[in-house]
Ligand binder design. Sequence first.
Ligand SMILES: [Zn+2]
Length: 263
Amino acid sequence: MIYTGVLTKMQTEFLDPIQYYLVFKTDFVHMNQLLDKTMHLKHLGYECLSCGLNKEIYRQGFCKDCFFDKPVAGDWIMRPELSTAHLDQEDRDLAYEKKVQLQPHIVYLANSSNVKVGVTRKSQVPTRWIDQGAHEAVEIVEVPNRYLAGIAEVALKDHVADKTNWRKMLKNDIKDLDLTEWRDKLKPFLPEETQAYFIQNNKETELHFPVNQYPEKPKSLNLKKDIEFSGKLVGIKGQYLIFEDDTVFNVRANEGLVVDLSI
Ligand SMILES: [Zn+2]
């Protein structure tokens, strides 16, 4: 069986364990069913997720021109505190920015390798946590726009990490922590404007990933350089495919690559 298409981050379903799907234009691959099977990946070219051209991908699945030009790649995506739609101020396309920024956002604590703070649209919970490979997470603030979530995150970054150590996450070198305790400890550091949106009483969400074997020394597959790879799939965590020989492949970091996937 050969599937051909452009990689986009795997779609997920929050079940126990989490279910993963690779979605191509004409095919839909249920990745959990490929566990313990040998698969072959081959890099064929590129397809920018914005313009669709076969141009080298620069960042986030976009070619360089689209990354610096299109509203879907504005700086406020990675740095929510730069959001300005609530002030009626345009970055690249005000209508688009209002649609995305002026909706409920969540500031959360997630534990994937360590406790980290993050921001996501409310509609992206728990998808965001799954994509990060967090085994536990809790919402701490719900605000009406992206800007407020951004300034809360910036304030908390002084007291808690904002990055995941992907090697630790993949090796499952993790601890169970009481995130509600962290939430209460961090509350005093929230900016004044966001204090009223603090979520006092909710429980941690636990996430279970379909992994039969964790890598001891994860090594990242660079499909742009190596072009082809064959291996037995032994797990999926975050947006990573984990293979028997400790090779790992970050699907999300390879968005925009056109590949053949054969099983
Ligand atoms: Zn493009």
